[in-house]
Design a binder for this molecule. Structure first.
Ligand code: SF4
Ligand code: SF4
Length: 173
């Protein structure tokens, strides 16, 4: 086992994740809500971390497909916390400049939320996928707007100061 990798994950918030306790039973993968979209199951990801297969872990789309639902963590019979491990590895991947469609999407999402405090979905689509992506989603957007589920115009939060303060605080942590 590559202790450097383990240290890295633990330093990023995987403390208490009890990675070494994993017995590869697969219960986490069996209950995972997004496993069909992942190229590496949570069980395998834990194994790769144990083995120190760092490159494979950092490049896995599992980091970005995980929705942090915590089902795997709540079901693990050994007290392993795959969700926290994934979050910890994700933080390292971002810091190490791993780039793919998911990191680009996340980056644009964060930038737009920081700008207005609330997301304007058409802008997200335009920045992420260009005009074509925006037009492809136009029908759905119009339906959502007509049902009052989405504003047809960019909006901003009414009292941005608490939001900005919380953002600053989060960035300093
Ligand atoms: S459920 Fe727990 S012990 Fe079983 S494979 Fe997943 S992390 Fe390992
Ligand atoms: S937290 Fe992530 S890995 Fe765990 S079950 Fe949910 S989506 Fe799957």
């Amino acid at each position: 086992m590559n202790s450097q990798v383990m240290k890295k994950v633990i330093a990023e918030g995987g403390k208490g994740a009890a990675i070494t306790a994993c017995m590869q039973c697969g219960t986490c993968s069996g209950g995972c809500t997004n496993i069909e979209r992942m190229d590496m199951s949570p069980r395998t990801l834990i194994l790769m971390v144990q083995r120190g297969e760092w490159e494979r872990v950092l490049k896995s789309n599992t980091l970005w497909m995980c929705s942090s639902c915590y089902i795997c963590t709540s079901r693990c019979p050994r007290g392993v916390r795959p969700t926290d491990v994934i979050e910890a590895v994700k933080a390292i991947a971002i810091r190490e400049g791993i780039e793919n469609d998911s990191t680009r999407f996340n980056q644009i999402f964060v930038e737009l939320v920081e700008k207005r405090g609330i997301l304007f979905e058409p802008e997200l689509m335009q920045r992420y996928g260009g005009l074509k992506a925006m037009l492809d989603q136009a029908e759905l957007g119009i339906k959502l707007a007509l049902k009052g589920k989405m504003s047809p115009f960019p909006d901003t939060i009414k009292n941005p100061k608490p939001f900005r303060d919380a953002l600053e605080k989060a960035k300093q942590q």
